[in-house]
Design a protein around this ligand. Structure first.
Ligand code: C2E
Ligand code: MG
Ligand code: MG
Ligand code: MG
Length: 281
């Protein structure tokens, strides 16, 4: 299935390349229009603690195309990475997330996770730009978690490690996203200055019944338990998965079981309802 991380890349190559250069040029133009006409939106999905409280949210980009409708990030982020437009998109995402965080904080949501693209790391002004945006919106670095997908960390680990360290030095949290989905997971753990791991959704699926997934996930949880790395399970969809994860020491959980990604106003309403539940007991 194309959903499997890394599959995006391969699929895009095999199914779209033959549509030729025209296709790519057209998409570049459309992404440019999307930026200019503000067709991008940020959705937010809660990240829950093992006690069932909201810990923070992840910002997930959506493209509301006027005629094509909703285009998923899996379909346009890889292209924007090739055209270089990911730089502008990422800047928009970070600014928007910082802007919205001010409002989220009024609802008790204290942090936002933002997905960064490895392409950003090749810009000389990457760290200073990031710092400047946080200052512009009066956001403390500790309120932002930077997520980078494991399977794109393939090249130039040394440079990426240095830049991530600079983000950590600023006070930001850094998470490896989709952990376990690539080929070098364990090595990354050794060389990259990260303080969070998001365990890939494929290992969480049916974890209460699937011995293979249980073994891998428990292996990861045990491995990082003593080194101060926090663990987040991605794609938690059932109560049974959640219960299993809590019992085996996973710190945080994210998935449709709790809440699907939602526009800011709907997420705020969700948070408000959540609060009133919590205050009942
Ligand atoms: P990700 O960062 O691993 O985000 C999690 C994805 O899993 C999201 O897909 C989310 O909607 C989905 N998800 C969450 N809970 C569940 C669940 O319980 N079941 C299932 N089946 N799926 C769940 P989405 O929003 O389509 O994003 C896909 C990927 O696109 C993200 O994966 C991330 O790598 C990338 N992406 C999204 N927003 C941005 C962005 O602002 N910048 C960059 N560079 N990449 C982004
Ligand atoms: Mg992510
Ligand atoms: Mg992920
Ligand atoms: Mg993922």
């Amino acid at each position: 299935e194309a959903k499997k991380r890394g599959g995006n890349f391969v699929c895009w190559y095999s199914s779209r390349l033959d549509e030729g250069l025209g296709y790519k040029v057209a998409l570049r133009t459309k992404i440019q229009e999307a930026l200019a006409q503000e067709q991008f939106e940020l959705f937010y999905q809660p990240i829950m603690t093992d006690k069932g409280k909201v810990s923070g949210v992840e910002a997930l980009i959506r493209w509301q195309h006027p005629t094509k409708g909703y285009v998923s990030p899996g379909d346009f982020i890889p292209i924007a990475e090739r055209t270089g437009q990911i730089i502008q998109i990422s800047e928009w995402v970070l600014k928007k997330a910082c802007h919205d965080l001010t409002q989220l904080k009024q609802y008790g949501i204290k942090s936002v996770s933002v997905n960064f693209s490895p392409i950003q790391f090749y810009r000389d002004d990457f760290v200073s730009k990031t710092k400047a945006i946080l200052e512009q919106f009066d956001i403390q670095p500790g309120e932002i978690t930077v997520e980078i997908t494991e399977n794109v960390l393939v090249n130039d680990t040394q440079r990426i490690a240095e830049l991530l360290q600079q983000l950590r030095d600023l006070g930001m949290d850094v998470a490896i996203d989709d952990f376990g989905s690539g080929f070098a997971s364990l090595r990354y753990l050794n060389v990259l200055p990260v303080n969070k791991l998001k365990i890939d959704r494929s290992f969480i699926e049916d974890i209460d019944q699937n011995a293979h997934n249980a073994a891998i996930t428990c292996g990861i949880l045990n491995m990082v338990a003593d080194i101060g790395i926090e663990t987040v399970a991605e794609g938690v969809e059932t109560e049974a998965e959640c219960k299993y994860l809590v019992e085996h020491g996973c710190h945080f959980m994210q998935g449709f079981l709790f809440c699907k990604p939602k526009p800011l106003d709907e997420l705020l309403k969700w948070a408000e309802r959540q609060h009133s539940f919590e205050n009942e007991d």
